[in-house]
Write a protein of this length. Structure first.
Length: 401
């Protein structure tokens, strides 16, 4: 009888402990999946939706996924949630748009979906309606998504893991499924579907290049496994710092993951036997092309005060140009956008900060920008000084739309 009473006393405690463990795991998985970045707005309640996701077809808004029964997912069952996340279908049968990356999440493990669901259901409900998605015809007809899904929904598949170690396999799941990195770093076709034959070769997101994550391309831009793992944890490494759409990924997601996860992701991307990172020696002024030599003066006038005359940077203030991975991209899109737009002040892990960088669009015409880009590319990027004013004008034109 005493044993029965003790069991009756401890069973609820054991259930509470199990629920707590499930919720804690769900929080970790939600962070690994970067859910909050798309389902929150700056200064608003987390997971309450409202973030505008701009696409070539119109604007889609991140939805409220708090347990509010009217505006959120409080009426969802675990089965409903799993179907929405992995199949892109709401409980009423209507289709989600693939801005919600079910094209990657379709490989999500059911137990992981259930843990995320338990975590979201543990949050405070937020009674906030989501803005109305505004897409152009015919993309505003959700029924048409049924045909899109037939063609593209399950195209993302994991490459065979035969002979691969546990760390590599863990990294594959984090990168390809939970982290859904391919959704930005893979080009899309005319109807917005991922081009699987060009998986992780890079894509364009809101006018910026999400660069190739293939091992040889990463190594060509100077990445080692250790540096990439550091970058995923801290947002800053010898190759530079995160900016644009990668900053929310760090801010809401990767900085919270355990160190083993960062290492696993880097191991998956660079391989268990990674290629050696390419080292680049800075090019002396005497060897610069005429355009690059002209650009050096623009660099000294506008950039050297923070980034150093020799491109050495200032720790905790401004990243170095020497070794900077953005300068090594064949397409100068990101370099131009950063110079034109600037970068907001950024807070990284610990006490690491980067001061705001002003934009210089109003200070550099197309010829001057061409010269500055060529100076940066040739001096520290290991690239030719072959950017033309016409190419600068084209990139700026794209930027304006």
């Amino acid at each position: 009888m005493r044993a029965f009473l003790l069991a009756a006393l401890f069973l609820p405690l054991a259930a509470q402990a199990a629920d707590k463990a499930l919720i804690e795991r769900g929080q970790y998985l939600a962070r690994a999946a970067d859910c909050v970045a798309c389902h929150s707005i700056e200064g608003g309640a987390e997971y309450a939706g409202g973030l505008p996701l701009v696409s070539p077809f119109g604007t889609i808004y991140g939805t409220n996924i708090t347990p509010d029964k009217t505006h959120g997912i409080g009426h969802y069952s675990a089965d409903d949630f799993y179907k929405a996340v992995t199949q892109g279908e709401k409980p009423d049968g209507s289709k989600l748009y693939p801005a919600m990356p079910y094209t990657s999440y379709h490989l999500l493990k059911r137990e992981d979906s259930d843990a995320i669901y338990a975590y979201l259901m543990s949050l405070e409900p937020v009674a906030k309606p989501s803005p109305q998605t505004d897409l152009a015809f015919p993309f505003n007809i959700r029924f048409g998504m049924a045909f899109w899904n037939m063609l593209y929904k399950n195209r993302v598949q994991l490459q065979p893991a035969d002979g691969k170690g546990e760390e590599w396999q863990r990294g594959q799941y984090l990168v390809e499924v939970l982290g859904h990195c391919g959704e930005c770093h893979t080009p899309r076709n005319a109807v917005g579907a991922l081009q699987q034959d060009l998986r992780l070769t890079g894509g364009v997101v809101l006018g910026y290049e999400a660069p190739s994550l293939l091992a040889d391309d990463l190594a060509a831009r100077g990445w080692s496994t250790d540096d990439l793992a550091t970058f995923l944890k801290h947002g800053i490494s010898a190759q530079g710092s995160v900016f644009n759409e990668m900053y929310p990924v760090l801010h809401h997601s990767t900085q919270y993951l355990p160190q083993d996860d960062h290492r696993a992701m880097a191991t998956y991307l660079l391989g268990e036997n990674p290629p050696a990172p390419r080292k680049i020696e800075a090019v002396a002024e005497a060897r610069l092309a005429d355009s690059a030599r002209n650009g050096r003066q623009h660099y000294l006038n506008l950039c050297a005060g923070c980034h150093g005359a020799a491109g050495e940077g200032v720790p905790h203030v401004a990243v170095a140009m020497d070794g900077n991975t953005t300068l090594r991209l064949a397409d100068s899109r990101n370099l131009l956008r950063v110079i034109d737009d600037g970068i907001r002040e950024q807070q990284f892990t610990g006490f690491e900060r980067m001061q705001p960088m002003p934009g210089f669009m109003d200070k550099l015409d197309d010829d001057q920008m061409r010269d500055l880009l060529n100076y940066l590319r040739q001096t520290w990027g290991g690239l030719d000084a072959d950017v033309s004013p016409a190419h600068v004008a084209q990139l700026r034109s794209e930027q304006a739309h």
